[in-house]
Design a protein around this ligand. Sequence first.
Ligand code: SF4
Length: 293
Amino acid sequence: MEKSFLSQPALDREILSSDGLTRKFLLRLNDGQVIETVLMGYDARHTVCVSTQAGCAMGCVFCATGQMGFVRHLRPGEIIAQVLHAKRVLHEMNPKARLRNLVMMGMGEPLHNIDAVHHALATISDVRGISIGPSKIAISTVGVVPGILRMASENWPYRLAVSLHGSTEDERASLVPASKRWNLESLIDTCRHYGSTTGKRIFFEWTLIAGKNDSPETATRLADLLKGIDAHINLIPLNPTGGFSGTASPSGVQFQKILRNAGFPCTFRQRRGIDVAAGCGMLKAEKRARMGA
Ligand code: SF4
């Protein structure tokens, strides 16, 4: 039986969004690294967004974590500790509230730290433990093909979200450098394989960036690309980060309409926590301790 060592990270700072629905925690780990965890309340449902690495090696150009670079993988206990922290805070706010959902969309690429993620999720989803249902857990990847293949072959019970952002090799490579390693064609082939092997729907994430990937032609190409895959497309208006000059699309309604007309469920991600830099792609440890320094 695998063991995780849990130590409660110190709370460096907690920031509450102006609408009171999003709390960002800066948690300090034993070696001084600071990571971010976000607790979001949607009606009665509460979701925790956890980090899986300090920093990230994938370098997505519009993402604050990608802009800071890779520092280190988190250990299973450090992933679990974030969920326990969010649960504690939620309990203090409202003893009846339940933490229902978990998304791995914080700092880091989960499938680049796949063994620790696998180990942590086994504990988090265990009914004798934190007991968040596997179907309420989403792993978000930028397209690490070997990790998706492992999820398929081992039939992981969690949901898979794939950040796509581009409908051609060039369009995607200009936003997601990792696509030079796992190109769009191999990623889509892998998603087809995942869908047919597991029978599960895949959630595709698409950050809408004005003039970059928000044209009707791109939407049509995307619909062609995903043809035959049980796919749900989540549109995310770009959140601002210091290191990227792109801007959010003025409206993605036409983009959404094209995908819906092609038969895909397509929704806009609710924007949460923008004023406290807790939205998608905005997480970056504000006080970064140097490894080994
Ligand atoms: S979007 Fe995700 S995978 Fe890309 S750099 Fe940011 S944290 Fe890493």
